[in-house]
Design a protein around this ligand. Structure first.
Ligand SMILES: C[S@@+](CC[C@H](N)C(=O)[O-])C[C@H]1O[C@@H](n2cnc3c(N)ncnc32)[C@H](O)[C@@H]1O
Length: 262
């Protein structure tokens, strides 16, 4: 795979088949990591940390570095419903990426990225450029679905995959159970109203609460495109889940997690 394609796979903002975006960047959750360090007491046993919706895993590396620097031993499960994809050569100079399901993620045509749902500017709509992009993407989608010769491409950075205390898991938090006995669960830029219905958020919250050990911390983090950080830190204690710290206005979904745990 050439370098342009490699960085496209790792860095491009791709929309996955459930409508969520694969976007992340190093240092994005620094403020959240610093707050978590303050909240986590020292202990002998390693903490079991589950990071949900890791995308390329760049912010998981940041989290591990912050916690290990603070002296904590860790076992980390980094999970995402899309941990790998495949690429196909459409024609010389044009490559497309697809999820295992065949869902078209995007293409690189002579170094120019083409994505299925590129939100075009007003000018793009007026000049018809947005429509052309959509048509090109639709035709690539059609070709990818029919192309048998696909090469697998990991979407998680190799630096994370190489860590001996990290397990990378392909898991859909909406439909599959999380590992049990978790000490820290982080849901960063995943569980939000733009991606999930209220019913689905309630279902995810129940699954997260079920996997937590006594004293566990749940981190709900969100950074909006205008750079505003919002998040809540919740702790499980005495059969209840309560907010122990907030960043900005707090998480828009914290109320799904708080209260008595059944
Ligand atoms: C915007 S990225 C967040 C990446 C990273 N956590 C961060 O904050 O920088 C959202 C990620 O959540 C994943 N995701 C969306 N729905 C999911 C689900 N139901 N189960 C697991 N992962 C999911 C997407 O595949 C995507 O990689």
């Amino acid at each position: 795979m050439n370098t342009a394609l490699l960085s496209f796979v790792r860095d491009a903002q791709l929309r996955t088949s459930n409508g969520s975006w694969r976007t992340t960047h190093r240092g994005r959750l620094k403020t959240f990591d610093e707050t978590l360090v303050k909240l986590l007491p020292n202990r002998e046993r390693p903490y079991l940390v589950v990071d949900v919706g890791v995308s390329s895993g760049i912010t998981t590396l940041d989290l591990i570095d912050a916690l290990e620097k603070a002296g904590h031993a860790l076992k980390v499960v980094a999970l995402d419903r899309v941990t790998g994809c495949s690429f196909v050569k459409l024609f010389p100079g044009a490559y497309a990426l697809a999820e295992d399901s065949g869902h078209f993620l995007g293409a690189l045509v002579f170094g120019v990225p083409v994505r299925e749902t590129t939100s075009g500017s007003r000018l793009d709509y007026l000049t018809g450029k947005a429509l052309i992009k959509k048509l090109v993407a639709a035709s690539f989608h059609w070709r990818v679905q029919r192309q048998k010769d696909r090469k697998p491409v990991p979407l998680i950075v190799s630096e994370l995959a190489r860590r001996s205390n990290v397990e990378i898991k392909k898991l859909d938090i909406l439909t599959q159970p999380l590992p049990e006995g978790v000490d820290v669960v982080r849901l960063a830029n995943v569980v939000q109203r733009t991606y999930f219905s209220e019913r689905d958020i309630a279902r995810i919250a129940a699954s997260v609460l079920h996997c937590c050990s006594a004293g566990a911390i749940i981190v709900l983090a969100h950074d909006s495109p205008n750079g505003e950080l919002q998040g809540s830190f919740l702790r499980i204690a005495d059969g209840s889940c309560a907010v122990v710290a907030r960043i900005g206005r707090g998480s828009e979904v914290e109320n799904f997690f708080t209260g008595r745990i059944r």
